[in-house]
Design a protein around this ligand. Structure first.
Ligand code: CA
Length: 244
């Protein structure tokens, strides 16, 4: 079978914020992609997302030779988590820095998607869109136990309260790693909530239909989020999978 050819688009906009706490990684030869959205006062959020963007790809590639891909990703999240906790130890509890992270590792015939926090991954395949990640927000947890509908959660004040992220106290569970088998024509989108809060399923389906290149779609999406009122940092990475 022909080799995979990946085309990628990426962009991060500061938007109306005074700084950009989002970070992203695009490594096409390594088949690795990541979006991280930092949290914390002053520059702390940027430090946390920067540590995730630096440590996770390195920790994955250091282990890939002798460790299964899903375990590599899981352990890389733990490494970044511990580094962020160490870095934040001088901060008072409740004011410590943290970051979300969503990443995708393409290895052979599988893509391993992992996340902590509320940055998301979506798989767009033909006319279907699937969210591959779970939001670790209080509102989404209330959806899962039946207390809120998805629509109610979107309006909930708890939508942005995260209970699981890199750097949080008592991170007992490892990151969820979700593998899928890519098909030619699949587009994978990774994004921070500054983007995903302002997009519909219809917007996502239109990407591969209307755009030849992921970059032109990414440019449109980040602008769309700002035009629709996003006051947050807006970050998006889109990977298109094809056979050469
Ligand atoms: Ca954000």
């Amino acid at each position: 079978m022909a080799e995979w050819v990946l085309r990628v688009g990426s962009r991060s906009l500061q938007g109306l914020r005074s700084n950009n706490e989002d970070r992203f990684v695009v490594d096409v030869p390594g088949g690795f992609f990541l979006v991280a959205d930092g949290m914390g006062g002053q520059e702390r959020g940027e430090i946390a997302s920067g540590l995730a963007a630096e440590i996770i790809p390195r920790a994955v590639s250091d282990r890939l030779a002798d460790t299964a891909a899903d375990a590599c990703v899981c352990q890389a999240f733990q490494d970044a988590h511990q580094a962020i906790v160490r870095e934040g130890q001088s901060q008072p509890e409740g004011k410590r820095m943290g970051t979300t992270a969503v990443c995708a590792l393409h290895r052979g015939e599988k893509v391993y998607v992992a996340s902590l926090g509320d940055s998301r991954a979506y798989l767009i395949r033909g006319d279907s869109v699937e969210q591959l990640t779970v939001d670790h927000s209080v509102a989404y947890a209330l959806v899962q136990n039946g207390a809120l509908t998805v629509e109610e959660a979107k309006q909930s004040p708890y939508q942005h309260y995260l209970y699981k992220f890199l750097g949080c106290s008592n991170l007992h569970d490892p990151a969820d790693v979700r593998p899928f088998a890519p098909q030619p024509g699949d587009w994978l989108l990774l994004a921070s909530d500054g983007l995903t809060n302002f997009l519909s399923e219809k917007d996502l389906i239109e990407g591969p239909l209307r755009h030849k290149e992921p970059q032109s779609w990414v440019d449109l999406l980040v602008q769309l989020a700002l035009d629709r009122g996003s006051r947050d940092n807006v970050t998006c990475v889109v990977v298109a999978f094809d056979r050469g």
